[in-house]
Write a protein that binds this ligand. Structure first.
Ligand code: ZN
Length: 285
């Protein structure tokens, strides 16, 4: 199943994209895609509802704005330097354990919303990533059991401000959390439809020029390892998002470095998880 949310920002309604590509409104199902939804086996209930109502549910037009496919999660946890070549291009050591940082949930936007270059920023950068959505509370889970705790997967652009992240001292969170820095979607694909999350092509273009083209089989720490690892330090709650790192080809890795500017267009995608497109605009006000 492919979960979508659509409509006005922060007032999104729920929907599902069917195998045919038709998008239907599931508002009448009566639940948003929240922690509570995932915790209480909502995916199974939704699947049953869709089977019974897909013929009569209202259709969502292709011109309707898509939002983040899940309701605001309790946290977004990101893994840094999780592809060998990206660690090298960043001039950083290949990590012995996953590099973990947070991204504020207030940075979440829809897949095709505008990305705003923050006030005073000159080093805003792109990062295509596989996002994992947690399906049930995970605490001290083993690698063997880790995928039992996953609800599904989504496309994420871990937009990053490199000066805030690296030059302004302290933790990376400052360069990762600006408003609009987390375009998620177009949909969340349930895990039964993703054969192997550790073998998916992913790519990103800016103004039609391809900068990133990798595969999650280059992960230093795969999805099972990351879920298990994080659960040793914190409880992962249903609906939480783990962003698994980006392959090489970010603007920071070029010599000279290349950063986003007003008017740029980012397009990205992951095999089986759809594509997204963001217009880049400068901060106003
Ligand atoms: Zn990242």
């Amino acid at each position: 199943m492919k979960l979508i949310r659509f409509g006005e920002f922060n007032k999104e309604k729920t929907g599902v994209e069917l195998a045919s590509g038709k998008k239907i409104d599931t508002s009448a199902f009566g639940e948003d895609y929240t922690e509570q939804f995932f915790e209480t086996d909502g995916l199974a209930r939704l699947e049953k509802w869709v089977a019974e109502n897909e013929a009569t549910a209202p259709v969502v037009g292709d011109d309707v704005r898509l939002g983040c496919p899940i309701a605001r999660p309790s946290k977004i946890i990101c893994i840094g330097l999780n592809y060998l070549n990206h660690a090298k291009e960043s001039g950083m050591e290949v990590p012995k354990e996953p590099v973990v940082f947070f991204k504020a949930t207030s940075s979440i936007i829809g897949p095709n919303d505008d990305v705003i270059i923050p006030k005073g920023s000159v080093k805003t950068d792109w990062e295509v990533e596989l996002a994992v959505v947690i399906g049930k509370k995970a605490s001290y889970v083993s690698e063997e059991d880790a995928l039992d705790y996953v609800a599904g997967y989504a496309l994420h652009n871990d937009v990053s401000e490199r000066e805030f992240q690296i030059e302004r001292s302290g933790q990376w969170v400052k360069g990762k959390s600006c408003d609009t820095f987390a375009p998620l979607g177009p949909y969340m694909v349930t895990k039964d439809e993703v054969k192997d999350p550790n073998n998916l092509n992913l790519w990103l273009k800016v103004n039609g020029h391809e900068h990133q083209n990798g595969n999650t089989n280059d992960f230093i720490f795969n999805v099972q390892h990351v879920v298990s690892y994080l659960s040793q330090f914190m409880s992962l709650l249903p609906g939480d998002v783990i962003s698994t790192g980006t392959p090489e080809g970010v603007g920071f890795g070029y010599d000279p470095q290349v950063y986003l500017k007003d008017g740029d267009v980012m397009e990205l995608g992951i095999e089986g998880l759809g594509t997204s497109k963001q217009n880049v605009k400068k901060y106003q006000g």
